[in-house]
Design a protein around this ligand. Structure first.
Ligand code: ZN
Length: 698
C-alpha cells in the first residue's frame, strides 16, 4: 500500500449537454427524428445506463390495408441498445387499439396478462416485440415521451426524502410517483398524474428513473437533457469537498501492487463462484469504483445494495465484500454465508408460483484497496454487471450527498428478480455453447494455426487470450477475430515464449482479463532444417528454446493456475516428427519429441488435479503456417529433391488419405481436447496428418 488517497473531493455526476444539431435533421421524417433522438439519448452515459431506457413518438400514418388515417405509437421494442437503435428496433402499435385494450385492464394482480395482449395492437405486421414499458408511453397524452434511467435523477429517486427533494429542485415542473413495479398500473398512475397537472414536464419514478415528454422530438429531447442537468447540478452542489461515502477507510493500493492483488483474488474467487457453472471475471478499478470500495461507508451501502431494478437484475441486490488478504478458507466461508443469505431471502419472499431459485452466488465482489470484481456466465455479462454497478455507485454517492440512500423493500426486489416475465425472457435465451465460461490461452496465437484454433474455440463459446511474439500479427489477428463478433471474449499480449518473465506476465494478464485459465494451447513454433554436420549450436539451441523451453514455461504457468481452479486442459500442438524420425531436421524433430514426452509426463502429474494434457500431431500444414514462410520451406524441398512450389502436392500425395491438412483441421482436434467431449482422455495423441504409417501410434 502506498497510502495514496483521492486528494480531491467526491467525483461529481456528469451533467448531459444538448447534442441536438438542427443541421443534421432538417429533412428527417418523424420516425427518423425518433431514431436520431434515441441515439443521442442512449449513447450518453449521463442520460441513461447502457442499453437502458426507451423512447416513443405518436405518428400519424395510413393503415396499409384500409388506407384509414391511424395514429401509430412508435416505441422502442424489447431488447437492444437505445444508443445504436435502428428504425427496426421500434415496435409500432395502433394507439386506438391500445386505448381499447386499456378497457380490458382488470387490476394490478392481473397486469402481467396485458403484455400478452400487446401483440394484438401491432400496426403494419411489425415483428418487433413491444416491451413492458409500452403502456407508459401509450397512455401518456403527449406526442413524444422519453423514459431514462439517469444516475442524477435516480440519486433523488433513491433518497429517503426523494419526493421533497424533487420538489425542491423542480418545483411543480416535475412530479413524483412512489415506487411501483413497471407495468400497466404504473402507466395508469402516470397518465392520471399527467392529466391532473397539465403544466407538468415530467415525473420522477421512485427507485427507478425519469419520464419526460414534449410536443416535438426536439422539445422532448431538450426537456430530458435539461431535467437531468438540473438534478446533476443539485446533487453536485451537495457533494462538498470531502471524499464520498464517509471518506476513505482503506488506502488505494499503488497500481502494480493492485494488479498483483487483483490477479490473485480473481484466481482464488473464480473456482469458488464457478461451482454450479464456469464463470468469467471482470475487474473495474476506475477512480469511482476505488473511492467506493475503499470508503468507510462500503459495508453499510453494500448491505443495502443496489436499489434500481435495472441495476440489480444484472448485479444482484448485494455485492460481497472481501478483504484483499482473505485466504481461500476465508473466501469459502464468506461465499457460503452469501449463498445461505440468498437462499433465506428466496425462502422468505417466494410466492406460490415463483420460479425456482437461481444461481445464489454473488455477481459483484468489492475488494477494498483493489476494486470491484464481477463474475458471470460470459465476459460481456460480467462487464455489463460491472458497468451497472458503476451506475449504482453514482446513484449511492448522489443520494448520500443530498440525503440518505435507501434500498427497495425486500419483497419488491424479489418480485422483480423473480418476475414471471423476466423468467420467460431467461427461458428464451439460447442454450450455452460447450465452452461458455471457459478461458483459453494460445501461444503463437496470431499465426495461421493459432488463429484457426482461436476462431474454433471462440465458436464453441470460450474466451481466448492470444500470446504472440509479433505485435503487428497480434493486432491483425485480434482485429480479424473481432470483426467476426463478440470482441469481449478476446484479448492478447505480445509474449516471447522463451522468456520466463514474459510468459509469467502473459498468464497474469490473462487472469486479470478473464479471471482464470481453463485451457492452454501450446502452439508457438519454429522450424530448422540442416544436415547434422552443418547444424550450428545456435540453431539447435534456438529450436529447443522455442519448442522445449517455450512449452515447458507455458505449461508450468498453466499448472500453477489450473491447480487452483480445480483442473484444466492443456493441449500441445506437436508434430508428426515427434514420432517419426526425419533426416536433415534433427533439432526440430528431437525438440518435438521432447514436447511429446513432456506432455505425457505432465499428464501423469496433472491427473490427480483434474488437469488433462494431450497432444495434437499435425503434419505438413502448409497453408497459413508461419514455419513455412522461412527457410524451412526451401530446405524441406531440397531434402526431398523437389521444387518448393510442389511441396503441398508432395505432402498431400504422401498421406494415406491423399488430402491436404489445413489449420482448421488442427483446430478441430484442439477443440476436441479442450472441452468436455474428451473428458476421459489424457496423455493421448491425435494425429492430424492425412494418415501416415510412420506416425501410427503404438
Ligand atoms: Zn425503466
Amino acid at each position: 500500500m502506498d497510502g495514496s488517497l483521492p486528494s480531491k473531493g467526491a467525483t461529481p455526476l456528469s451533467a448531459p449537454k444538448s447534442r441536438w444539431r438542427p443541421e443534421d435533421c432538417g429533412a428527417m421524417s418523424e420516425p427518423d427524428l425518433l431514431v436520431y433522438r434515441s441515439r443521442l439519448l442512449g449513447s450518453d452515459l449521463a442520460v441513461t445506463n447502457f442499453g437502458g431506457g426507451n423512447t416513443s413518438a405518436k405518428i400519424a400514418s395510413d393503415d396499409p390495408l384500409t388506407g384509414e388515417p391511424t395514429t401509430v405509437l412508435w416505441v422502442k421494442g424489447s431488447g437492444g441498445d437505445l444508443g445504436s437503435i435502428e428504425t427496426s428496433g421500434f415496435a409500432t402499435l395502433d394507439i386506438a387499439r391500445l386505448q381499447q385494450l386499456d378497457t380490458r385492464y382488470r387490476g394490478v394482480d392481473q397486469e402481467d396478462a396485458m403484455t400478452g395482449y400487446l401483440a394484438h395492437c401491432t400496426f403494419n405486421l411489425n415483428p418487433r416485440a413491444a416491451s413492458i414499458d409500452t403502456a407508459l408511453h401509450a397512455l401518456l397524452p403527449y406526442a413524444h415521451v422519453d423514459h431514462m434511467h439517469p444516475d442524477a435523477i435516480t440519486a433523488l429517486a433513491t433518497s429517503r426524502d426523494g419526493k421533497a427533494l424533487t420538489r425542491e429542485v423542480f418545483g411543480d415542473a416535475i412530479g413524483w410517483l412512489a415506487w411501483r413495479r413497471p407495468g400497466w398500473e404504473l402507466a395508469r398512475e402516470l397518465a392520471a398524474l399527467a392529466h391532473a397537472r397539465p403544466k407538468m414536464l415530467g415525473v420522477v419514478l421512485q427507485n427507478h428513473g425519469l419520464v419526460t415528454w414534449g410536443d416535438t422530438s426536439r422539445d422532448c429531447y431538450e426537456s430530458t437533457i435539461e431535467t437531468i442537468g438540473r438534478a446533476a447540478g443539485f446533487v453536485n452542489a451537495h457533494l462538498g469537498n470531502g471524499a464520498a461515502f464517509g471518506g476513505a477507510l482503506v488506502a488505494v493500493m499503488e497500481q502494480a501492487a493492485r494488479r498483483v492483488a487483483a490477479v490473485s483474488t480473481m484466481a482464488r474467487l473464480r473456482p469458488l463462484l464457478s461451482e454450479a457453472s464456469p464463470k468469467v471475471g471482470h475487474l473495474v478499478d476506475s477512480p469511482e469504483a476505488l473511492e467506493f470500495v475503499c470508503s468507510a461507508g462500503l459495508e453499510r451501502l453494500a448491505n443495502i445494495g443496489t436499489s434500481c431494478p435495472d441495476h440489480f437484475l444484472r448485479t444482484k441486490v448485494r455485492p460481497l465484500v472481501i478483504g484483499p488478504d482473505t485466504d481461500v478458507d476465508g473466501m469459502t466461508a464468506a461465499i457460503r454465508r452469501y449463498r445461505d443469505d440468498y437462499a433465506a431471502y428466496y425462502a422468505r419472499c417466494r410466492r406460490p408460483d415463483s420460479p425456482a431459485m437461481r444461481d445464489p452466488y454473488p455477481v459483484l465482489v468489492a475488494v477494498p484497496g483493489v476494486g470491484l470484481i464481477s463474475f458471470a456466465k460470459d465476459k460481456a455479462t460480467a462487464r455489463i454487471a460491472g458497468e451497472f454497478f458503476g451506475n449504482a455507485i453514482n446513484v449511492m454517492r448522489g443520494a448520500e450527498a443530498v440525503s440518505r440512500y435507501c434500498g427497495l423493500p425486500e419483497q419488491e426486489a424479489f418480485d422483480i428478480e423473480y418476475w414471471l416475465l423476466e423468467e420467460a425472457k431467461l427461458k428464451r435465451m439460447p442454450a450455452p455453447l460447450p465452452l461458455q465460461g471457459r478461458i483459453a490461452l494460445i501461444t503463437g496465437g496470431a499465426g495461421g494455426i493459432g488463429r484457426a484454433i482461436a476462431a474454433r474455440l471462440l465458436e464453441d463459446g470460450a474466451c481466448v487470450f492470444l500470446a504472440d511474439r509479433s505485435q503487428s500479427s497480434l493486432e491483425e489477428a485480434l482485429a480479424e477475430l473481432k470483426a467476426r463478433g463478440d470482441g469481449d471474449r478476446m484479448a492478447g499480449l505480445t509474449m516471447d515464449v522463451t522468456s520466463e518473465s514474459l510468459v509469467e506476465e502473459a498468464f497474469q494478464a490473462c487472469v486479470l482479463e478473464f479471471g482464470g485459465l481453463d485451457i492452454l494451447v501450446a502452439n508457438a513454433g519454429l522450424a530448422s532444417s540442416a544436415p547434422i554436420e552443418e547444424a550450428t549450436l545456435d540453431q539447435w539451441r534456438a529450436t529447443f528454446a522455442v519448442l522445449g523451453d517455450g512449452y515447458f514455461l507455458a505449461a508450468r504457468e498453466a499448472f500453477k493456475i489450473m491447480k487452483g481452479q480445480g483442473g484444466g486442459s492443456i493441449v500441445f500442438v506437436v508434430s508428426k516428427n515427434a514420432l517419426a524420425a526425419t533426416p536433415g531436421a534433427s533439432a526440430y524433430a528431437s525438440a518435438k519429441a521432447a514436447e511429446l514426452h513432456l506432455a505425457r509426463c505432465l499428464a501423469l502429474e496433472g491427473a490427480p488435479h483434474g488437469i488433462r494434457v494431450n497432444a495434437v500431431n499435425p503434419d505438413a500444414v502448409i497453408k497459413g503456417s508461419q514455419i513455412w514462410n522461412g527457410s524451412w520451406r526451401a530446405e524441406r524441398a531440397t531434402a526431398y529433391g523437389i521444387e518448393d512450389t510442389d511441396l503441398e502436392e508432395f505432402y498431400r500425395k504422401r498421406s494415406l488419405l491423399q488430402r491436404s491438412v489445413l489449420p482448421e483441421d488442427v483446430a478441430e482436434a484442439v477443440a476436441f481436447f479442450a472441452g468436455e467431449r474428451s473428458a476421459k482422455s489424457t496423455g493421448n495423441i491425435l494425429n492430424v496428418d492425412g494418415g501416415n504409417t510412420i506416425a501410427f501410434v503404438r
